[in-house]
Design a protein around this ligand. Structure first.
Ligand code: AOS
Ligand code: ZN
Ligand code: ZN
Length: 394
């Protein structure tokens, strides 16, 4: 701490930034699209290995993105231990395993909440298989997002679906190892529109409480109603010890999956203030900072680099908040003073600070320019023909 102002010293801020860890989504590197069309880009990965290689490239230029999340079966391989070894050789590791129980025809009425017991069995078997994969890759987290819900009043029993969900989660929780976790993601709506089986943090939290300590809630920043105070949710979950991690992205409307910090950098800052003040930035806190940014108009690799940079800048600003001054103003009921302390930090241009942290890490201070100069983008366009589709419709 700086002794005069209560603001953290430059060294502490730099150390915290250098120690930050942001996980990349494998599906961000493949082709993606809207509900209407998947847009192909040249040079996108054809295999999970190539997705891992692209993620490793993002890490090479940012230094803070050393793991990549897989989505199963989008990233199906015959030997996961080998993929893990390949990742290691590239300088990254396999992180969270995302279980995909939404792309098969059988799931038209839901997966673990489906009224059909055979469909539920198929879905739970897939979740259990994902835990086998975690064992092979050494992954800690199983991330669950269910596309389950109903479109019409009366279509199915809301309560029975909650029971089915609880049963599936119980069976999966019983299978994970002592060092593994279930991360349960909620989403307000989509693809169902009348009810969603895990629509909000309260529902996710209630299921996690029933399961036990190794079940935690994931906050995807794009999964809320407009106007939702996401930092409040973050504060509440952190206080309860149940914030498992983030899926970071930006939204203007719904689940837009845009580059994080692009639509509302102030919201990202407010979230990171709660993270920093809740002691959740350090890796040891167990809070996973993942990107779930996957869009189709920007080039994939620099799009991820930009998201990583945006998270770093929001984090730097959050770290710069003069907490002593903030607390003093809050306790004195100094509304304007407290707000000014926060805004001072937000309005600081932290780009030089983050650039110097990169230089200290032996990196180029400008990852976007360094990537553009590297020739990697041109090389993959030349080498890869017929890239894979990721995300919806895969
Ligand atoms: C879906 O809306 C969720 O954000 C999930 O995290 C999902 O698995 C991911 O976006 C890939 O589609
Ligand atoms: Zn997500
Ligand atoms: Zn989403």
């Amino acid at each position: 701490m700086d002794t005069k102002t209560g603001a953290p010293g430059a060294g502490a801020v730099a150390r915290a930034l250098a120690g930050q860890r942001i996980e990349l989504p494998s599906w961000a590197f493949g082709n993606s699209g809207t509900r209407f069309k998947v847009f192909a880009q040249r040079g996108v990965p054809r295999t999970p290995h190539e997705k891992v290689a692209d993620a490793a490239t993002v890490h090479r230029f940012t230094g803070v993105a050393p793991s990549v999340a897989l989505h199963i079966p989008w990233d199906e391989v015959s030997d996961y231990a080998e993929l893990g070894k390949f990742a290691q050789d590239q300088g990254v590791s396999i992180g969270t395993i995302n279980a995909n129980v939404f792309q098969d025809d059988a799931y038209v009425l839901g997966s673990v909440c489906s009224p059909d017991p055979a469909v539920r069995r198929k879905a739970v078997d897939h979740l259990l298989r994902c835990v086998d994969i975690m064992d092979a890759t050494g992954s800690r987290d199983l991330k669950l997002w269910f596309a389950d819900g109903t479109n019409y009043p009366g279509q199915d029993s809301i309560r029975a679906r909650q029971d089915r969900l609880a049963e599936a989660l119980r069976e999966t929780y019983a299978r994970i190892g002592p060092n593994q976790r279930i991360l349960l993601e909620y989403k307000l709506f989509e693809p169902a529109f009348y009810t969603t089986d895990v629509p909000d943090w309260g529902t996710a939290y209630a299921h996690c409480l029933e399961l036990g300590e190794r079940a935690q809630v994931v906050v995807d920043t794009g999964h809320h109603a407009p106007g939702t105070n996401i930092e409040f949710i973050v504060a509440v979950l952190l206080r309860a010890g149940r914030l498992g991690g983030f899926d970071f992205n930006s939204r203007f409307y719904a689940d837009d999956d845009l580059m994080v910090g692009s639509a509302d950098p102030f919201q990202l800052f407010r979230i990171m203030v709660e993270v920093v003040q809740g002691g959740a930035l350090a890796v040891e806190s167990g809070v996973a900072f993942m990107l779930d940014q996957c869009h189709n108009i920007e080039p994939k690799i620099p799009g991820q680099i930009r998201s990583v940079m945006n998270v770093q800048e929001a984090t730097a600003k959050a770290l710069l908040v003069d907490r002593d001054a903030l607390t003093a103003a809050q306790l004195a009921g100094d509304v304007l003073g407290a707000n000014a302390v926060l805004m001072d930090a937000y309005n600081t241009d932290v780009r030089p600070l983050v650039a110097s942290v990169r230089e200290d890490m032996g990196l180029d201070p400008d990852p976007m320019a360094a990537y553009a100069r590297s020739g990697y983008g041109e090389r993959i366009v030349a080498e890869r023909v017929g890239g894979e589709q990721a995300g919806w419709g895969a």
